[in-house]
Design a protein around this ligand. Structure first.
Ligand code: DOR
Ligand code: ZN
Length: 349
């Protein structure tokens, strides 16, 4: 570990975030806006955000839920369906209602039933996105029943993503929340217009966290954590400074009742500890000097946006951040991601 006890970085952005709606939105949003300047807002609501008018209305609900003095900026994403109108995408991107579109293979994850079954059905939309420079965000897992859940990312790359990338080589693609060395290698094998987000939890847990010593539902998310070799590949990519890898927390709030269940929901709430976890990971890798690239520079660069001017300070002190306290959310309790190591780095108020 280094002797560095303080680190000043540009204010971070979160390039993959679930805020939900209504009471849950109100409860979780302040944790994001306390640390992050901007976030890419996932559109898998019920019903999903499928038009740019839906995105604009959702952005207004988020802005209304923001603490008054807050300057946090939600960046809205369209949920692709086989009915998405390419001209709505063009117009929504031009007027700033949406900054990206998300491909959910139908059935891959939470509220993805309205997603895409046949990728070629959205080719006319991808054509327009390539033309206007709008990024495609991808949940990169196949849904075929015969494919083992631990192989679904690698098979998606092989069967779908490499095909889309070859067909639309000028399209900006973000492989969201990569969990495997296959994901890392795919991004590195492409030109500069393919990138990936990485979550804090996939940098610190492998599949044992979820399955050893009893089922641990608070470590269950999608794509599921893989074996240790994959985690190490993610740490290497995230801490390398390579501009194609950047932070997407994939913070995905579910009340404890929905997770501690015979059929528990996928998702981990982590935004309140994300920067503490990342500082620990980068410090342990001897790469603290690259933390700012991962949290605050690479993502903005890929999206063609300016980095934030504001700075934040991270301080390493003797006392630990307490993650045992559950959040009160919309009449229920919500567990905060516990990386199972002491969180000594904190964001200075
Ligand atoms: O763990 C996850 N939770 N992965 C996803 O892809 C969706 C998310 C959610 O919305 O709960
Ligand atoms: Zn997500």
């Amino acid at each position: 570990m280094s002797d560095i006890k303080q680190l000043r970085i540009r204010q971070p952005d979160d390039w993959h975030l679930h805020l939900r709606d209504g009471n849950v939105l109100e409860a979780v949003l302040p944790y994001t806006s306390a640390h992050f300047a901007r976030a890419i807002i996932m559109p898998n609501l019920v019903p999903p955000v499928v038009t740019s008018a839906d995105a604009s209305a959702y952005r207004q609900r988020i802005n209304r839920a923001l603490p008054e003095t807050d300057t946090f900026q939600p960046l809205m994403v369209l949920y692709l369906t086989e009915q998405t109108d390419p001209e709505d995408v063009r117009a929504g991107y031009a007027n700033g209602d949406i900054v990206a579109a998300k491909l959910y293979p139908a059935g891959a994850t939470t509220n993805s039933a309205a997603g895409v079954k046949n990728i070629e059905a959205v080719y006319p939309v991808l054509e327009v996105m390539q033309e206007i420079g709008m990024p495609l965000l991808v949940h990169g897992e196949v849904v075929d029943a015969e494919i083992d859940i631990f192989d679904r990312e690698a098979v998606f790359i092989e069967r779908t993503l490499s095909r889309v990338q070859a067909r639309f080589s000028g399209l900006k693609i973000v492989m969201e929340h990569i969990t495997t060395s296959d994901g890392v290698e795919f991004v590195k094998s492409c030109d500069r217009n393919v990138a990936a987000t990485i979550t804090p939890h996939h940098l610190v847990i492998n599949r044992n966290a979820m399955l050893v010593g009893g089922i641990q539902p608070h470590y269950y998310c999608l794509p599921v954590a893989k074996r240790e070799t994959h985690r190490l590949a993610l740490v290497e990519a995230a801490t390398s400074g390579d501009s194609r890898f950047f932070l997407g927390t994939d913070s995905a709030p579910h009340l404890d009742g929905a997770k501690e269940s015979a059929c528990g929901c996928a998702g981990i709430f982590n935004v309140s500890v994300t920067l503490s976890v990342l500082a620990h990971v980068f410090e342990a890798a001897g790469k603290l000097e690259n933390l700012e690239r991962f949290t605050s520079l690479n993502g903005a660069g890929f999206y063609g946006m300016a980095a934030n001017e504001e700075m934040i300070t991270l301080v390493k002190a003797g006392d630990e951040l307490d993650v045992s306290e559950k959040l009160d959310v919309a009449g229920g309790k919500m567990t905060i991601f516990d990386p199972k190591f002491p969180l000594l780095w904190k964001v200075k108020a």
